[in-house]
Ligand binder design. Structure first.
Ligand code: ADP
Length: 152
């Protein structure tokens, strides 16, 4: 059976932290679906299709990676895609607290889907999409935090 992982997130925008997690997870899975969750109660800075295109551009040469948009529960999306793994990155204790809760809830919803965590590579540990957006809002240059395929 194919090992399929879903990497869910907002990717608003995708950063070097995200791409590092995806690249490091490639040897672990046959397929990684980068899944952009579209939550109607959340306000995003960048357009959904733009976020999708950016991720596609980053992994244009990587046949194992695809990008999709989903609505609703992550576990339901995984079930639809036959994915038995959810991939998440862990930067610090704050991520840990949040991710721990989400992973336990997801396990209650479907205990056949395992959440797999990768610790962030040290050089990307302080990259955060929220802070990137704040810098953009204030007219700063964020390109050093982003993959070279993206320019804001
Ligand atoms: P969400 O809104 O679901 O938190 P994000 O796009 O912010 O979506 O993050 C998606 C995943 O990527 C999460 O597991 C998050 O911890 C991880 N992540 C975000 N930034 C980094 C980073 N700099 N290094 C490693 N993982 C990261």
């Amino acid at each position: 059976m194919k090992k399929i992982a879903v990497f869910p997130g907002s990717f608003d925008p995708i950063t070097l932290g995200h791409t590092s997690i995806i690249k490091r997870a490639l040897p672990l899975f046959d397929e990684i679906i980068v899944a952009i969750g579209n939550n109607s109660s959340k306000k995003y800075m960048f357009d959904l299709n733009k976020r999708k295109k950016w991720i596609e551009d980053c992994f244009a040469k990587e046949t194992k990676v695809s990008v999709e948009i989903y609505h609703g529960l992550t576990v339901e999306f995984c079930e639809k895609k036959d994915a038995k793994f959810i991939l998440r990155g862990l930067r610090n204790q704050l991520d840990y607290e949040y991710e721990h809760t989400i992973a336990q809830m997801n396990r209650k919803l479907n205990d056949e889907i395992e959440t797999i965590f990768l610790f962030t590579a040290l050089e990307y540990a302080s990259i955060n999409s929220t802070v990137v957006r704040d810098i953009v809002r204030n007219g700063g240059d964020v390109n050093q935090f982003l993959p070279k395929e993206i320019s804001i």
